[in-house]
Design a protein around this ligand. Structure first.
Ligand code: ATP
Length: 298
């Protein structure tokens, strides 16, 4: 299937600061694609480039297999900064203004998006009377005008309380169920894990890894073993069934297993039957946090 968005070698510097250093990845259709990275890793810069707000110094990107154009742009709704809604106007009146300026959607569409973002009952209330979460939902509603196939959100839960955060995450899942492709920046591992199907992990303008969340951020058990002859142990353990990867770490051999499938006893028996006596046998848990830490720290 053709990716919705394909990014190839995109680089961008602000003077001496290299915000993006040649980043490439594809966003699959129908995915909730998280761009995950600490502050300053280049997430907003990338979103600004793919939305034609900023120009890349080098590299290219294509939407739906084509270079960006007004036509493709209509299929993309975005929320980078909270829009300047009028505080004394209602949700309906504010969306009417957004629609008039952007040319997206129509009067009927306004009721449709207010329904999706669960503001129908409060659609006549002044914007100033809204909670932060409601304001953010209205901003997402504005991005939904014209029913775009793709939605791009920069840190959509930033600054919200736990209830507001949960509501936005539910909304994103709901939009995904409706078939939208969603691209969102986040600095929260937990958020990406809960909401996203795919992830690109960024650090200081570089892409560390990208792919399906359950592959990139998979939890693993590590069985670590050692014997007086590590070379032989390594060679024999290669034929042990069920591990996902094997690594030699100094004198120790590490076998990586999908979560909760580690087989301490079986590994021990396997080695015993090969005539190898282990002088170390332990299981280490690898949490998502430690994996993320490992990826984003030097
Ligand atoms: P945050 O979550 O803090 O917004 P980010 O991952 O979105 O971080 P960017 O905002 O893209 O990262 O910033 C990447 C780097 O580029 C940072 O070092 C930042 O200070 C720098 N930068 C961003 N915008 C500008 C600008 N207009 N002028 C100069 N430097 C900038």
């Amino acid at each position: 299937m053709q990716p919705v968005l394909s990014i190839n070698g995109v680089a961008k510097a602000y003077g001496a600061i290299k915000a993006l250093k040649g980043v490439s990845y594809d966003v699959p259709e129908g995915s909730v694609f998280g761009i995950l990275g600490p502050n300053g890793s280049g997430k907003t810069t990338m979103l600004s480039i793919i939305l034609d707000i900023l120009k890349a110094d080098s590299g290219t990107f294509s939407w739906f297999g084509q270079p960006g154009s007004p036509e493709t742009r209509k299929k993309i709704g975005s929320l980078l900064e909270t829009p300047n809604f009028y505080h004394y106007l209602s949700a309906v009146d504010n969306l009417n203004i957004t629609h008039a300026i952007s040319g997206r959607g129509d009067a009927k569409d306004i009721d449709r998006v207010l329904e999706i973002v669960k503001l129908s009952e409060r659609k006549k209330s002044r914007f100033s009377a809204y909670s932060l979460g409601m304001k953010q939902r209205l901003a997402i509603g504005a991005a939904l005008l014209g029913d775009p196939d793709v939605l791009v959100f920069d840190e959509p839960t930033n600054g919200l309380d736990p209830v507001g955060i949960a509501e936005i995450r539910e909304l994103i899942k709901e939009l995904s169920k409706r078939g939208k492709t969603i691209i969102m920046a986040s600095h929260l591992l937990d958020e990406v894990e809960k909401v996203c199907t795919h992830v690109a992990i960024m650090k200081k303008g570089e892409l560390l890894t990208a792919g399906a969340v359950d592959e990139v951020l998979s939890n693993e058990d590590i069985v670590e073993v050692s014997s007086s002859d590590p070379q032989r142990l390594y060679a024999e353990l290669k034929s042990f069934p069920g591990y996902s990867s094997i690594k030699q770490d100094g004198k120790n051999i590490q076998l990586f297993f999908p979560l909760a499938t580690s087989q301490l006893e079986q590994v021990n028996r396997f080695c015993f039957e090969k005539g190898i006596t282990l002088n170390l046998l332990l299981v280490k848990k690898k949490s998502l946090e430690s994996k993320f830490f490992e990826l984003t720290n030097d």
